[in-house]
Design a protein. Structure first.
Length: 119
C-alpha cells in the first residue's frame, strides 16, 4: 500500500507535473523508457524507505526491492534488442507487485507478524 501511494500517487504525480512543465504533456507515450525508469525508481525508493522506517534489516529490504529493479533491467534489455516494446506503466507496476510475492513468501514469518516502528 505504501509503495503504491508513495511511488505512484505522490512521486508519480510529481513526475507528471514536472514533465508537463517541461513540455511533456503525455510523458507516458512521449518518453516511455523514462517513465518506466522513473516508476521503477519511485516504487523501489518508497519500498526501501518504508521498510527501513519499519525496522527491517538491509537484507530483506533489498530482497524486496530487487524484483522491481530486476524487472526494469529485463524490460530495458528486451526493448534494447527489439524483443519487446516498453510496457504500459500500469502493466509494469502490476507485474512488479506480483514479483514481490516471491520474497514475501520466502520470508512469510517476517511479513505475517507484527512489526514495531524504528529499531
Amino acid at each position: 500500500m505504501v509503495m503504491c501511494l508513495g511511488g505512484i500517487v505522490i512521486l508519480g504525480g510529481l513526475f507528471l507535473v514536472v514533465a508537463a512543465r517541461l513540455g511533456y504533456t503525455d510523458v507516458r507515450h512521449q518518453a516511455p523508457g523514462l517513465t518506466v525508469a522513473v516508476v521503477a525508481f519511485n516504487l523501489t525508493l518508497t519500498m526501501v524507505v518504508w521498510m527501513r522506517i519499519r525496522g527491517h534489516d538491509w537484507r530483506p529490504t533489498l530482497e524486496m526491492a530487487m524484483p522491481t529493479v530486476a524487472l526494469a533491467a529485463l524490460v530495458f534489455g528486451l526493448a534494447a534488442f527489439n524483443l519487446m516494446s516498453l510496457p504500459d506503466v500500469g502493466a509494469f507496476c502490476g507485474l512488479a507487485c506480483v514479483l514481490m510475492l516471491a520474497p514475501m513468501l520466502f520470508r512469510l514469518d517476517m511479513y505475517s507478524s507484527a512489526h514495531h516502528l524504528g529499531r
